[in-house]
Design a binder for this molecule. Structure first.
Ligand SMILES: [Zn+2]
Length: 330
């Protein structure tokens, strides 16, 4: 077992945080841990009523979380108590279960498995605070023997003694303007984000708006980038050329790199850029984009079943495509 890359310490943002013990390179797995809490939050019913479910989701979650708490085994219960005691600011006289629900709401993660939503909480990863300019992502295994376990992966270089920050809201969150991001964070996590971007929206918002435009033009996630026929049909319909898409993809990737961000949906775009250059015999460019596509696969999809991810990320098609590119370039 190698030395830990982080310690749990006081955060400049809120409560406890994860602090880098040494310099951490991008794409490093900082830590991997099994969940303390792993609960299916869906009611199984043949007559599932979504509106009714949403209407009383809070009540349902309370019941489910409480029963999950009761079902904790002795060591997880001790770990959860430890986690709970580390959380400052909740020393109210409210019933323990009510406090637990608040903690889960603010700290837990969720993922989909076979159409049902599961929530998970972790000893260390749950202590990572939020930034709209994060250093790392949390990758939760959505299937397999270790389903529910999570890895914290650096998306950018993290200097020693830096607090390791993640983005609490995923998907397209990072493309939205500051006011919208804050409006989403506040009710769910009870805090006002004061990251560099939130305090300088005049600087960061135009870049995010530009990136949102690129992402729209790249048609995430509707376009299957690994299927040339479909892409060609799309291009004809839009009056675009492959070069147009390539230019958009390159501009988007360049902005992402400036932000120290990764968009897993880009796997297909990297692969597509590689294909574009292989077809034109520019092997050096092609290899660069191939390796970036492989980097995304290694980070997010290697060793994992692709259940719950879009078809665009299917690992099998990714592998066969990459090998095809390599074959073509020989
Ligand atoms: Zn922020």
């Amino acid at each position: 077992m190698s030395d830990p890359m982080y310690r749990i310490g006081d955060s400049r943002i809120s409560g406890h945080g994860l602090i880098a013990l040494s310099n951490i390179q991008a794409n490093t797995v900082i830590l991997e841990e099994a969940p303390l809490l792993h609960i299916n939050t869906e009611r199984a019913s043949e007559n599932f009523d979504l509106d009714a479910f949403l209407a009383d989701e809070t009540g349902q979650q309370s019941t489910i979380i409480q029963s999950g708490m009761h079902a904790l085994n002795r060591s997880n219960r001790a770990a959860w108590d430890h986690f709970r005691n580390l959380q400052s600011g909740f020393r109210t006289r409210a019933r323990t279960s009510v406090q637990d629900i608040g903690r889960v709401r603010r700290n837990a993660f969720s993922y989909d498995f076979q159409g049902q939503k599961w929530i998970t909480a972790y000893h260390a990863i749950c202590k990572a605070n939020h930034s709209c300019r994060p250093h790392a992502v949390v990758d939760i295994a959505a299937s397999g023997d270790n389903r529910g376990s999570a890895r914290l992966i650096a998306t950018t270089f993290i200097p020693a003694d830096t607090e390791i920050l993640i983005e609490y809201v995923v998907d397209d969150f990072f493309l939205r303007p500051t006011a919208q991001r804050q409006a989403e964070l506040q009710p769910q996590y009870d805090f006002q984000c004061a990251c560099l971007d939130c305090t300088n929206p005049a600087v960061s918002d135009p870049i995010r708006a530009r990136m949102e435009g690129y992402a729209k033009d790249l048609k995430f996630p509707g376009l299957a980038w690994d299927r040339a026929t479909e892409t060609n049909q799309f291009l004809r319909a839009e009056g675009l050329t492959w070069q147009d898409l390539l230019d958009t993809a390159k501009a988007y990737i360049s902005d992402l790199e400036k932000f120290g961000m990764i968009d897993p949906r880009l796997y297909g775009v990297y692969a597509w850029c590689a294909r574009f250059y292989y077809d034109r015999g520019a092997n050096e460019h092609a290899h660069r984009y191939s390796s970036q596509a492989l980097g995304v696969i290694a980070q997010f999809f290697e060793g994992a079943d692709t259940e719950g991810m879009g078809n665009i990320f299917a690992k099998t098609s990714a592998s066969s495509m990459i090998s095809r590119y390599r074959f073509n370039s020989m």
